[in-house]
Ligand binder design. Sequence first.
Ligand code: ADP
Length: 585
Amino acid sequence: MKIPSGKKFYAAAMPLIFIAVAMPAKLLQVPGEALRYRDIFMVSAIISLMVYLLVEKSRYRKNHLAFVSKTGKEQAIGIKFSSNAAKFFHSKAKHKQELMDTEEKYRLIIQNSTDVITLIDSQGIIKYQSPALEKITGFAPYELSGKSVIDFIHPEDSVRVSQQLLNGISRDGKTSPLISHRILHKNGSWVCIESHGTSHLAMPGINGIIINSRDVTEREIQRKQLEDANAQLKILFENVHEAFFSVDLVNNKILQISPAHGNIYGRGKKEFYDNINLWSEVIHPEDKYLVHGMDKNIESGIPFATEYRIIKKDGTIRWIENKITPTLNNEKRPIRIDGVISDITERKEADEQIKEQFRALQKTNYELDRFVYSVSHDLRAPLTSIMGIINLAELEHQTEQQKRYLEMIQFSINRLDSFIKHILSYSKNAKSEITSEPIDFIELLAEIRANLKFVKGTERMKIKAHINQAIPFRSDRMRLAIIFNNLFSNAIKYQDINKNDSYISLDIVTTENEARITVEDNGIGIDKKYLNKIFKMFYRVSSIAPGAGLGLYIVKEATHKLGGDINADSVVGEKTVFKITIPNK
Ligand code: ADP
């Protein structure tokens, strides 16, 4: 049978029950005083209510099973078939469940929150402590429960914390401002936290003060470091010899100025604050032009430095260096400059002294070169005469002894002559200006050959030249001649007399950028271990020929003067190769 639902069922059941109770009472002739209709009505009402509740309860039980089950589907079935009473119980149960869910939710939030939540009573006794505190202080919640919160606050902070908290929570529901203080760590150290409390003393179920706290140790450390760094900067700012300044260009206002201005300018900070133009007013009149470009530099936003003289208050003149760092805004307009000014007078004077010494040294060098040149030049004339006389003497009849003496004189004279020639080359290279003229290597080679014509041993040497000068080449002819003369004369001097085919091979290629020159001979060669020394002044490897160890030094100097480079390679008893590059000027 289908059970009518709701009010319909109740309406139908009431008269039936009434009849069911009243009829037997009438039939059994129960006296009117003993059982009146009002009583019958009351009894039937009570019975019908009980029936109603019994029926609905049995239904609710059936529906409640579905309700508590976990799947959403079953919950839907329960709701669909529930009657009014079932809905009543259902909603109550649902409310209870929701309450439980909410409690669970809040419990989880509190337990997992990194913020620490503490509930204390009006006496400061800890009633609840969230687990987050353990991470910060090492104390588990149970270790604090029932203890006074004040015992865990740093003694230097406790009075202040109590006052701030109590003042802040003057009435229920009011939250105190943030209070920074230290709390005890289980290991005995102190941890910086920040807390605020809210009074819920009058709220049933809480009756206490809820305190929210957060670990700010890291932040405090950083703040302390920042404070220390600022303090150090301040010390620097106040004490370094350099003067610092910052100017707000928008409002044409000095932001800060360091005390060192007093030493550098002889004027106190106040004078600059009173007159922002003082910096430029004290620039030496002759140096004012040096700072004219400053505005443009500032507009560029790129740091720059200027050196100029200033006139101090006592009239003395000092050199300063002003290093400025401009700051631009988003529209690339300068809004601020920060500068460092240092007194560089000593450095400038030292620079000037060095320049003066350099000029004096240059002058001395020049005079020395002139002296060496003229002496060498003057020495050559009598030397040439001596050589001529020796040549004449050789034509005369000589004894063997005289012949040997003449040879010895000849050897020494040649040596002296070679030395003087080298000195002359060196002087020429050192003192004369570098020129740039068209070079015809074939013509230059002819000149070198002519110069070496009378050098002993030339007659045995074959000169093989490969000159590829398709691209015109310009350089300093005199220095090129010095280079070739020395390399050729060495090749002749250090030829291998045991070979019948002694030669000098010259290879020249010109390009837009340079001339690449290779001079090779098949003479005695140079041991590789000496190759890095042969370009040094007065360094000699072999003494089979007269020399002073100057030839290759002069070659290297001349090559470098022309902006070129030279290197040597050799195989003893086989060959010596010099490779030179000279820029095309
Ligand atoms: P010097 O010829 O006056 O000794 P250099 O500076 O011209 O001085 O040469 C340095 C040394 O290098 C020489 O003593 C010689 O031993 C060696 N040397 C230079 N050129 C050659 C060469 N073409 N073949 C072999 N040895 C050489």
